[in-house]
Each structure stands twice: as structure tokens, then as C-alpha cells.
Write a protein that binds this ligand. Sequence first.
Ligand code: NAD
Length: 260
Amino acid sequence: MLKGKVSIVTGSTSGIGLAIAHALAKEGSDIVINGFGKPEDIEKERKELEDSYGVKCIYHGADLTKIEEIEDLVNTVKDTFGGVDILVNNAGVQHVAPIDEFPVEKWNLIIGLNLNAAFHMIRLCLPLMKERGWGRIINTASAHALVASPFKSAYVAAKHGIAGMTKVVALEAAQKNITCNAICPGYVWTPLVEGQVADTAKARGITEEEVKRDVLLAAQPTKEFVTTEQIGALAVFLCSDGAQNITGVSLPIDGGWTAQ
Ligand code: NAD
């Protein structure tokens, strides 16, 4: 379905971004991966994407909190592929603390990566999509783009900001065959979350199953994690012709969390 398209997926060296990269590559799109990690692990992932799906895949290690590195990423994609069709703004970090104790540098990092980086990527990629007369922008937001939780002021502010920017971009690009949407996952089973389960179980003196059900999934009515593959499938749908008139939407994929 996406043969001949070029996709950039930020923060795609692990978790949700990596799954979205696989889902888009499986549909035939060439892929640009980005994010941090061990060079040998990243090269393994890059090669696996190429070998599994017969697409071209390049890696760019831009730190997306730095504007000049974002510019270099987009210029590299332009030089390598001649343009871009699909942009997935996925890179993100989290920090949890009460607002009156929230470290200023953590606030700046979260707003810088989870919100500002998406602005810069869109600002630089939209003209390339307009040139091609087609485009898809997908922002990995969160259920926290729609509802709040205590102690997550920067994350909730950034994700609500992304939801607003998504609407604006959708309106500005509406007549250019370009859509812009936000995917809003609840708890997703990523290595990051997985790593917390054993520690939390130990700290609270409860089983790992109880941690999942009573701590992590307390907000999620299905009591099941969303999987990265399900998010990849949603991203692919948003890139399909069937989704041409879905734009400006913040779409929950959260097991009913935000229905409550
Ligand atoms: P993850 O930690 O597995 O992946 C984050 C990715 O971002 C990694 O590839 C990392 O290297 C990259 N990254 C971090 N800092 C970067 C920087 N400065 N520049 C470039 N890349 C950077 O996390 P994940 O769970 O896959 O989260 C991905 C996105 O999904 C985030 O935006 C997150 O807010 C969102 N999300 C996650 C969940 C969840 O439960 N896991 C739920 C809702 C939303």
C-alpha cells in the first residue's frame, strides 16, 4: 500500500516508534529511523527492516531537542530520498513529580522533545509533502492529550499542546491532500513499562500481575495493555486512502480509559 513512499519515524529505536516503523515498512514504505541506543543494536534493527520488507532504511541519530540536528535530519532525508511522504512524531520522554518540585530542566526537556521537536519536524517536512501533493502527519500523543493525571504537568501540557497543534496543521493542510492526526495511547507494553513491573512489585510487596492490574492498569477498563502492534496498525490505517478524510483528530487507543 505504501510502496514508493518515504516515512520518517522519530524515536523509533525502541517501543512504539519501532513498531510503527515495522508496520509502515511492511506496507512497502522506505523508512528513516531515529533515536538513541547502542550503535550495534540500531544497525541490527535498521538491517532487519531492510531485509524483512525489501525497503530502504536509513538511521539518523539527531537529538531532537536540538534544532540544528533536526534540520540536518530533514536535509539528509531530502538528499537521500528526494522528499518525505509520512512523518510520525513519536519521540518522547516522561518525568513524574509534583509541580512545585518539578525540575526546571525536566520541564524544558519534555516540552522541548514532546512538543517543540514535533513543531520543527512539521515546519520542515510540510513543504516537502506539499511538493509531492500528498502527505500524512501522525503525532504519537497520549491519553494524556485528553485527560490529566497528577504529577505529570510537563507531559500533560506537551501532549495537550500536540493535540492542539494537530488541529491547526490539519486545517492549514486540508486542501493539500495532507492529513494530520494524533494517536492517543493508554498504557502500552513497551520495554520501558515492562522494566518497571518487577521493581514495582518488589517495592510494594505484591505480585507482578497485581502491579499490572492494580497499579498500571487502574485507569484502563480493559485491564489489558495496548500493544505496539495495535498502534502500528492504526498508523497504517491513517496512511491509507480510507483515512483521507480523517484529519485533525486525537484518536484514543486506550482500552476505554478516556471514555470514563
Ligand atoms: P520508549 O522509551 O521505548 O521510546 C522513546 C524513543 O524516543 C526511543 O527511541 C528514544 O531513543 C527516543 N528518544 C528519546 N530522547 C530523544 C531525543 N532527545 N531525540 C531523539 N530521540 C529520542 O518509549 P515509548 O513507550 O515507545 O514511547 C514513544 C511515544 O509514545 C512517546 O511520545 C510517549 O510519550 C508515547 N506514549 C507512550 C505510552 C506508553 O505507555 N508506553 C503511552 C502513551 C504515549
